[in-house]
Design a protein around this ligand. Sequence first.
Ligand code: DGJ
Length: 727
Amino acid sequence: MRKILMIVAATLLSLLPGSARDSRIISIETDNNSLVLAVREDGSVYQLHYGARVSSSEFAAVPIRDGRYSAGSLAYPAAGGRFLDQPALHLQYADGTHNTELRYVSHGTVSTQGVLTTTVNLQDEIRKITVRLIYEAYPEEDVIVEHAEIVNGGTAPVTMLDYASSAISFRADSYLLSHVHGGWAKEMQLEHEQLGFGTKVIESRRGAQNTQCANPSFLLSLGTGELRENAGEVVAGALAWSGNYELRFDRTVDGRLTVLAGINPFSSAYPLAAGQTFRTPGMIWTWSQEGAGRASRNLHRWARRHALHSGGQMAPILLNSWEGAYFNFTADTILRMIDDAASMGLEMFVLDDGWFGNNHPRNSDAAGLGDWQVNRRKLPKGIGHLASYAHSKGLKFGIWIEPEMVNPKSDLARKHPEWVVGSRDRELYETRNQWILDLSNPAVQDFVFGVFDDVMKLSPDIDYVKWDCNREVLSFWSSYLGDEQDRFYVEYYQGLYSVMDRIRAKYPDVMIQCCSSGGGRVEYGELSWFDEIWTSDDTDAMERIAMQYATSLIYPACIMGSHVSTVPNHQTHAVTPLKFRFDVACQGRLGLELQPRLLSEEELALVRRCVGSYKTYRDIIETGDLYRLGSPLDSDFYGMMYVTPDRSRAVVFTYCLEFDTLGGEGHPFRLEGLDPGRKYKVTEQNVDRSCWWGDGASFTGAFLSSGAFAPSLPARYSSAVFVLEAQ
Ligand code: DGJ
C-alpha cells in the first residue's frame, strides 16, 4: 500500500460526481467485487452492498431509510444523530459534547498503476471535522483496503474515543466467524463460531506482541453455516496494525452484521489538536464466491504484489543456532555449525540470541539486553570473523537482535531508567526478566535505529537480521508522554514504524525477520518492512501442520518461516520422523534449527536430499497459488499444493495425521488449480520407492483432480511430496 502511495504518476479519473441520478452512488470495484455506497438526500453516506461485482447504477433506485432501531449501515458511522450502535468514530469535543454528524462533501477516484483509489470526503460542518474515507481497490486481486483520515479543522482540540479504520455491513441468513487465537508456542489455533445477536470482539490489549493472543484477521462465511474451501460466500478481513486492535462484530436486531475494525480504543482516547490529521491503519478486505480457498489466494496475491516488503523473494535455506546451541556457544561452536550448514547444502547461517553483553553477558535471558556489544569472551574475534567465514563457505549470514527491550541487569537500564515503560508508583513488572523501552519517545527511536545500524556495521557480510520482541506492555506509563498517556499505545507503534522507515531507507535489501516469542507479530502492518515472520517457537511438525494451515488462510507462504528441529521436540517432546518434519517445513521458508553434529550419517543424507529437492520447487511456494486439499482439523488426512500462475508446475504435500485402516490403500486427494487438459509428469520427492503407483508417469489435470491421485499413507506421520510438471 505504501509503495503505491509513493508512486507519482497518477491519472485523474473523476473528481466530481456525474449526473444527478448517479451522484447518489459511489462505486468501488475490483474485477469480481463491488462495494457500493450511496449518498442520501440529507448527505449521509450509506453502504448498500459489499460482495459480488454488480452494476452499481441499479442501486440508485434503492430507498435508504433510517432503520427502526438505528440509522442503519452508514459507511462510517459516527456517534451522534440517529445512530445508536457502536460507531466507527466517536469524538468528544472540548465543551464535553459527543455528537458528530458526518455529511457528504465530495468524492473522486484516481488510478495509480492500476490501483483505483477512491476518496470520499465527509464533514461535520458544525464541528469542522473532516473525515476522508480512502478505499484502494486492487482489481486483479479482488482486494479493497480502507482507511480513514480524520482532520480536526476546528480551533480547539478534540478527543478521539473511537477511530476505526473501516465499518462494513452484511446481510445474510447466517454468519460463521472463523478466526485464530493462541499463545506462546500455540499460536494460530483456528476456531469457528456462529454469530448470534449481540457483539463478538477479537482484540489485543497487550501493547506489543499483538498476535500472541489472537490475530487481527478473520474469515466470515455468509449463509452457508460452515467454512468451505471451494464454495460459498466468504469474506476475509485483516487489519494492518501492529499495536492494540479491535475487530468488532455487531449483529443487530434488524439482522445486519457490521464489522468494525481498527485500533483498540482501550486506554487510547487520542487527543487530536486543532489542525491535526490522524491516519488510521488499513483494513484489508476481499470477498469470494469460491470459499476460503479463493479468499486466501486473493490476499496472498495482493500481499506478494502490493503489500510485502519483498513479496515472492526466494528465501535462503538457513540453519539457526537457537535450538542447536541456545546461549551456550563459543566461536568454535558457531564455526562448526557454519561448516555443517554448508555441507548440508544450506544457504544461510543465523546466529541467534546470546552473542552480546560484556558487563552483563547474555548467557541466559536474565541479562544483557540493551548492551549490544559483542561478547568478547564468547566471540573474541567478533561478528565479522563469523560472517566472513560464512561467506567464504558460500553462506549468507544473519544475526539476532531484540532492540526494543532491556534487561534490568544491563548498562542501558542503569543509564536510561527513564526509557523504561511502566508505572513508577508500582513495581516495574518483568516478563522473561526484561522491560520494554518506550518507543513513543524519539530518543528511544534513535536508540533502536542505532542498535540496528551499529549491528550492521559489525560486518559488511550481514545479510539478515532476526528482530525479536519477547514481551508485552504491562502497567503502561511513559515518562516522555507526561500527562498525555493515552497516546502511548498508538505512538509506540508509530515510533516503531518510523524507525523501520529509517532502517529501510538505509538498508533496503537486508532481509529482516519479524519474530516475537515466535508468532507474536504476524500481521500485515509489520510486513511493509519485514520479509519474513517466525510462525511459532513450536517446531513440532504435527502441531505446525495446523498452525501453518491457519496462517495460510490470511498470509502467504513466502513470509512463513518453518524450520526442521530435533527430536524429542523441545516444546512438545514428541518424536516424529525426520522426513515428516521436512515435508511439513518445506511448505514455507525452509530452515533447520538443530545441532547438525547430533544427526546420524543416514539422517544427514536425508537432509541433503530434502534440501536439494526443495531448491527445485521453492519458487512455486514463494510465487504460486495455494490450494488447500481439505482441512487438517477435520480429517485424518490433509493435503495442500502450490501451482505456478501459468499452471505449468505444482508441488503437492500430503500427510496422514491419524491412523486410518484404509490409508495404506491410498487416500484420494482431488488436486486443484491444474489445467484439466494438460498432462503433468508426477514425481515423488525424497524417496526411492514412491507411495503412489503413478509416480514417474504423466496424467491430465482432469485425471489428477478426479480423486484418482491417491498416495498410500499407511500410518500417522506418513507423508509424501510430489512435483508436477506440465509436459
Ligand atoms: C524467541 C524466539 O521466538 C526464538 O526463536 C529465539 O530467538 C529466542 N527468542 C531467543 O531468545
